[in-house]
Design a protein around this ligand. Structure first.
Ligand code: GDG
Length: 718
C-alpha cells in the first residue's frame, strides 16, 4: 500500500475533555480516501495546551485512535500565525477582498516559525521518497522548507481557496517569499483553470520565471500546476440517507414545515459567502412576490470569531435577519429561520433532501462543497440549485440557476424562478448535475491529484537542465594545456537585471575573476553584446581580453585601445531598423531601444511579460519581411530582439582567435541565441556550456549564472 502524509493546518478533530472528529470541507473530501492508502495526517490539534504531560496524552490518543500526529501552537502563534497572517491577511486577499486584509510584520515572523515547526514535524516522520500532500494557504512556505531539508520527498500542494489575479496578489508585502515557498512543491493543484491562469501570471510577474501552460521552471526543478476540482464523498451521503436517524429527521421536518416551501442556506459564517446581499435579495423577493409560504433556513456555522471582521459580519447579519422577520412575518410563518450553529450530519442530509431550493451565492469561493452536497441528496432529481457564478463549483454545475451575487434583482428573480420551475425542467437540470457529482467524487479528486504527483518523472525534480559538468570533471582538464575561455557576460556570468546598468560584477564574480587571472594557462575573453563603454568600465581592470558588440570590437588584454574586428561592414540598414524599434518601444511600456555601432536592439525585460512577448513576435515577423535581402541577422534572445550584421558574430571571432593564437582548447559559455554561434564553432575537444533552458548546440548545460560561477570557481580550487 502506498504511503501518503497529509499535512494541513488543522487536524480534523476537536480537542476538549474528550477528542471528537470534526466536520469541514477537506475532511469530507478525504474521508472516502483513507482506506486506499497508508495514510497519516499531520496538523495542529486545535488546542493551545502548554502542559507537557497533557500534550503527550493528546498525542498518544490522536495517534492511536486516528493515526494523526499533532502539532501544538502557543496562544501567541494562534493569534499571529492563524488569526493574524492566515485569516486576516492571506484569506481576504486570496478572496479578492484587499479592503479586509491587514498586514503586520510580526504576523509574518510567526508564519515563518510555524511553517518551520511543520517542516520539522514532517521531516521527523517521513521515510525516503514519501509522498507529502500539503493543504492550503496556512502552509505556503512549507513546500520550500521541506524541499531544502528533504529533496527526496515528492511534495504536492493544494489550494482550497481561489488564487486571485496578479493585481490583487501583488498587494501582499510578502508576495515573493510566499511564492518562492510554494514553488518548493513538485505539483500545485487548484480548483479551476482560472486560478491556474492567475497563479502563472503572478509567478511570471513577481518572480520573472518562465511558465508553460502546466509548468513553471524554478531554479531547482520544474513545478507542475494543474486543475483538480475538489468534490464530495458521494456514497457517504447516499449511505446516510438510508439511516434511521436521517429518516426520523426527515419525517420531523416534513411535519414542521408542512405546506411551506423551503430554501436552504448552509455555510460557515464568512464574509466571502455573500450572506448580507443574499438577505437583501430574499427581502426583495418577499416584498415583490408577496409570498408568505416560504421559509429560508440558514445553517450558519460559527467561524473565526476572534477576527473583528467576522464579529462585525455576524452583527450585520443578525440585524438584517431581525429586520426582515420583523417586517415580513405572519402569524403562520417567519420567513428566515437563522441557526447560528452546526447541525448533525443526518440533520444536514435531511434538510438537503427536503429543501425545494438551495441558495449558494458566495461573493467568491474556491469550490463550495455545499452546492455538490445538495445535488447528491436530490435522489429524485427534484430541487433547484441557485449558484453564484463566482463559486468554483459553477464551472462544473452550469445547469444550476447561475447568478451574480452582487445583483440583488437577479437573485430575487432566481428565487422566484426556482420555486416556479416546471418539474420536467427541474429534473433535467438536476439529473445532469447529479451525474457529474456521482462520477467525479472526492475519491476521484484525491486519486487524480496523487496519481499525477507520484508519476512526476525524476528528471523533472532536478534542475530544469541537468548539471552534467562537474568540477571533478573540469578541474583536471583546466590544469593542463593552453585554454581560451570565451565567456558571455549578462545571463551567463552575471544574473540578468531589469536595469542593465545594475549588472556590474558583484564580489562573488570579482573573486572568480581574480582566480581566473592567476592561472597562466588560461586566457579569458569576456564576449558580450554590450558596448565598449560598459565593458571597459566594469571589466577594464582585469587581465582579460574584451569583445564588445558580439564581436564587432576587440580589446587585447595588453592594449589600451579597442579595434574594429571587421572593417568592411554594411550598416546602411541600421537607421531604418532603429526607427521601427523606436515605434515598438513607444507602443510597449517598459521597453527601450539600445543603439550600438554595428547593431540595434529592442529590450523588453521590464515590459509586461505576455504583452512584451507578443510584441516581440510581431516585431520579428515585420523585420523578417523587411530585411529579407539584407546581410543581417535577427536574434530573438531572452527578452531582447537584436539585429546585427551576419559578418559579425561571437562564433566568427572565437574561431579567429583560436586559430590565430593556437590555443589547445576552448571553453565557451553563454545563455542566449547570440551565443549559439560559439557553440556551433566549438571543436570536438572544446567545451561549450549553455546557461539555462531552451534548445542549444552546446554540449553541456548549467542551470543559472550562479551555477556556472560555482562550477568554474570550484574547478579552479581543486
Ligand atoms: C474551503 C473553501 C472549498 C457546513 N455546515 C455544517 C456542515 N458543513 C460542511 C458542509 C461542507 C463543509 O462544511 C463546507 O465546505 P465549503 O466548500 O462549502 O466551504 P469552506 O469551509 O469555506 O471550505 C471552499 C473547500 O475548502 C474544499 O476545498 O470548497 O471553497 O473555502 O462539507 O457540509 N457539516 C455538518 N453540519 C453543519 O452544520 N455536519
Amino acid at each position: 500500500m502506498q504511503s501518503l502524509i497529509n499535512v494541513s493546518n488543522r487536524l480534523p478533530v476537536i480537542v476538549a475533555d474528550t477528542i471528537t472528529p470534526s466536520a469541514g470541507g477537506l475532511v469530507s473530501a478525504l474521508e472516502g480516501f483513507h482506506a486506499d492508502y497508508d495514510f497519516q495526517w499531520i496538523g495542529w490539534a486545535g488546542a493551545t495546551e502548554d502542559d507537557p504531560e497533557m500534550r503527550k496524552r493528546i498525542s498518544r490518543e490522536l495517534q492511536e485512535r486516528f493515526g494523526y500526529t499533532p502539532l501544538f501552537l502557543s496562544q501567541e502563534d494562534v493569534s499571529d500565525f492563524y488569526t493574524g497572517f492566515s485569516n486576516s491577511s492571506l484569506w481576504p486577499l486570496l478572496h479578492y477582498l484587499p479592503s479586509y486584509a491587514r498586514f503586520n510584520r510580526r504576523w509574518f515572523d510567526a508564519y515563518i516559525n510555524v511553517n518551520g515547526a511543520f517542516a520539522q514535524t514532517v521531516a521527523g516522520r517521513v521515510r525516503t521518497g514519501n509522498v507529502i500532500w500539503i493543504h492550503d494557504y496556512h502552509l505556503m512556505l512549507l513546500p520550500g522548507l521541506l524541499r531544502e531539508q528533504r529533496p527526496d520527498l515528492k511534495i504536492g500542494f493544494f489550494f482550497h481557496t481561489p488564487f486571485p489575479s496578479y493585481e490583487i496578489f501583488r498587494c501582499h508585502p510578502n508576495r515573493r517569499e510566499l511564492l518562492e515557498g510554494l514553488l518548493g512543491a513538485d505539483l500545485i493543484g487548484f480548483h479551476t483553470s482560472d486560478y491556474v491562469r492567475h497563479f502563472r501570471s503572478t509567478v511570471q510577474r513577481v518572480l520573472g520565471l518562465t511558465s508553460e501552460i502546466n509548468t513553471i521552471i524554478a531554479e531547482s526543478h520544474t513545478v507542475s500546476i494543474g486543475v483538480y476540482p475538489i468534490s464530495i464523498p458521494s456514497e457517504k451521503f447516499e449511505a446516510e440517507m438510508e439511516s434511521e436517524a436521517y429518516r426520523s429527521h426527515l419525517n420531523d421536518y416534513r411535519r414542521i414545515y408542512e405546506g411551506k416551501k423551503i430554501v436552504l442556506n448552509v455555510e460557515r459564517l464568512d464574509y466571502t459567502k455573500g450572506v448580507p446581499r443574499r438577505l437583501d435579495a430574499i427581502e426583495r423577493f418577499l416584498i415583490d412576490s408577496g409570498r408568505r409560504d416560504v421559509v429560508f433556513i440558514f445553517i450558519s456555522v460559527p467561524s473565526r470569531e476572534s477576527v473583528a471582521a467576522y464579529r462585525d459580519l455576524r452583527r450585520d447579519i443578525e440585524s438584517k435577519v431581525s429586520k426582515i422577520n420583523g417586517e415580513l412575518s405572519t402569524i403562520e410563518n417567519a420567513p428566515i429561520h437563522f441557526i447560528h450553529q452546526a447541525v448533525e450530519f443526518s440533520q444536514l442530509c435531511a434538510l438537503y433532501s427536503l429543501a425545494d431550493a438551495a441558495m449558494v451565492t458566495p461573493l467568491i469561493d474556491g469550490m463550495n462543497l455545499v452546492a455538490k452536497e445538495y445535488v447528491i441528496c436530490r435522489q429524485n432529481n427534484d430541487g433547484v440549485l441557485i449558484l453564484s457564478e463566482f463559486a468554483g463549483a459553477a464551472q462544473e454545475l452550469p445547469q444550476a440557476i447561475i447568478v451574480n451575487p452582487y445583483n440583488i434583482e437577479q437573485m430575487a428573480h432566481a428565487i422566484r424562478q426556482a420555486l416556479e420551475m416546471p418539474a420536467q425542467e427541474r429534473e433535467k437540470r438536476m439529473a445532469s448535475m447529479r451525474r457529474r457529482v456521482q462520477r467525479y467524487n472526492a475519491q476521484r479528486w484525491a486519486r487524480s491529484f496523487i496519481e499525477d504527483l507520484t508519476s512526476i518523472p525524476e528528471a523533472q525534480r532536478r534542475p530544469a537542465i541537468a548539471l552534467s559538468l562537474s568540477p571533478e570533471m573540469l578541474a583536471p582538464l583546466l590544469s593542463q594545456e593552453r585554454w581560451a575561455l570565451f565567456l558571455d557576460y549578462d545571463g551567463t556570468l552575471a544574473e540578468l537585471r531589469r536595469d542593465p546598468d545594475e549588472a556590474y560584477p558583484d564580489p562573488a564574480l570579482a573573486d572568480l575573476f581574480e582566480a581566473l587571472q592567476k592561472r597562466p594557462n588560461l586566457e579569458v575573453y569576456v564576449i558580450s553584446g554590450r558596448t565598449r563603454q560598459d565593458m571597459g568600465r566594469w571589466l577594464g581592470d582585469f587581465d582579460f581580453h574584451l569583445v564588445a558588440e558580439h564581436g564587432f570590437y576587440f580589446k587585447h588584454r595588453n592594449a589600451r585601445e579597442w579595434v574594429q574586428f571587421e572593417s568592411h561592414v554594411d550598416l546602411s540598414w541600421k537607421e531604418r531598423v532603429a526607427d521601427i524599434l523606436v515605434h515598438y518601444a513607444d507602443q510597449t511600456p517598459g521597453s527601450f531601444v539600445e543603439e550600438k555601432t554595428a547593431s540595434v536592439a529592442w529590450h523588453y525585460r521590464s515590459a509586461d511579460p505576455e504583452f512584451g512577448a507578443w510584441k516581440a513576435h510581431q516585431l520579428v515577423i515585420e523585420l523578417q519581411e523587411m530585411l529579407s535581402n539584407l546581410p543581417v541577422e535577427i536574434n530573438h534572445g531572452s527578452k531582447i530582439v537584436e539585429i546585427n550584421s551576419i559578418l559579425i558574430n561571437k562564433g566568427v571571432l572565437m574561431q579567429h582567435m583560436k586559430t590565430l593564437n593556437r590555443y589547445d582548447r576552448v571553453l565557451c559559455a553563454g545563455d542566449d541565441v547570440t551565443d549559439e554561434s560559439m557553440f556551433r564553432a566549438a571543436g570536438e575537444r572544446d567545451i561549450s556550456i549553455k546557461v539555462g533552458g531552451g534548445e542549444t548546440a552546446a554540449s553541456y548545460r548549467v542551470a543559472s549564472p550562479g551555477a556556472l560561477r560555482r562550477l568554474l570557481s570550484n574547478s579552479l580550487e581543486i
